[in-house]
Design a protein around this ligand. Structure first.
Ligand SMILES: CC(C)(COP(=O)(O)OP(=O)(O)OC[C@H]1O[C@@H](n2cnc3c(N)ncnc32)[C@H](O)[C@@H]1OP(=O)(O)O)[C@@H](O)C(=O)NCCC(=O)NCCS
Length: 134
């Protein structure tokens, strides 16, 4: 998947926050710690440093959501990375993502108050989730 295709899927999927540009994806992919996992209409980007994996983003095109692609991507990256534990951050109002992460063994360990600004005004907490991988 090219940086431009990644950006297109990301823009279509993330309606509540700023989409990442093709250039931003290009820079992330140049980093040797960043790993990309893809499926037909989605992808997950994971950073692995010193035994710790962080899910930077996961996006499935809205046309393909709700058919298991997100779950497939989660299983794919968690079984592929060489890390002892994994972390991710999710907006408290992102029920689909929270459901997906909990179903894949993640549990909340901390939160950041009013972390995500919303286009329509106001803000939402970020929840930091963790799970062991080994
Ligand atoms: C989160 C995302 C990647 C999930 O992808 P997906 O392909 O739809 O995921 P799946 O089809 O594997 O299903 C995810 C689960 O969430 C559930 N779900 C979907 N919408 C939901 C909602 N509004 N509330 C609660 N659960 C929901 C599904 O029923 C499914 O659960 P199940 O397996 O128990 O039936 C996708 O919704 C997406 O790209 N969202 C926009 C970007 C985003 O928010 N990324 C995460 C940022 S932290």
């Amino acid at each position: 998947m090219t940086p431009s295709e990644l950006s297109q899927i990301h823009s279509a999927a993330f309606t509540m926050s700023r989409p990442w540009s093709a250039q931003e994806f290009e820079e992330l992919l140049r980093n040797k710690h960043t790993h990309l996992f893809t499926c037909t209409q989605g992808f997950a980007l994971v950073q692995v440093i010193a035994g710790e994996a962080e899910l930077l983003t996961i996006s499935v095109h809205p046309d393909a959501q709700g058919k298991g692609a997100g779950g497939t991507l989660m299983s794919k990256w968690m079984s592929s990375v060489d890390a002892d534990e994994a972390f991710l951050e999710v907006a408290a109002d992102n029920h689909a993502a929270r459901h997906l992460y909990e179903a894949h063994g993640f549990a909340g360990v901390a939160h950041r108050s009013a972390y995500y600004a919303r286009d329509l005004g106001g803000s939402v907490d970020a929840i930091i989730m963790r799970r062991a991988l080994k």
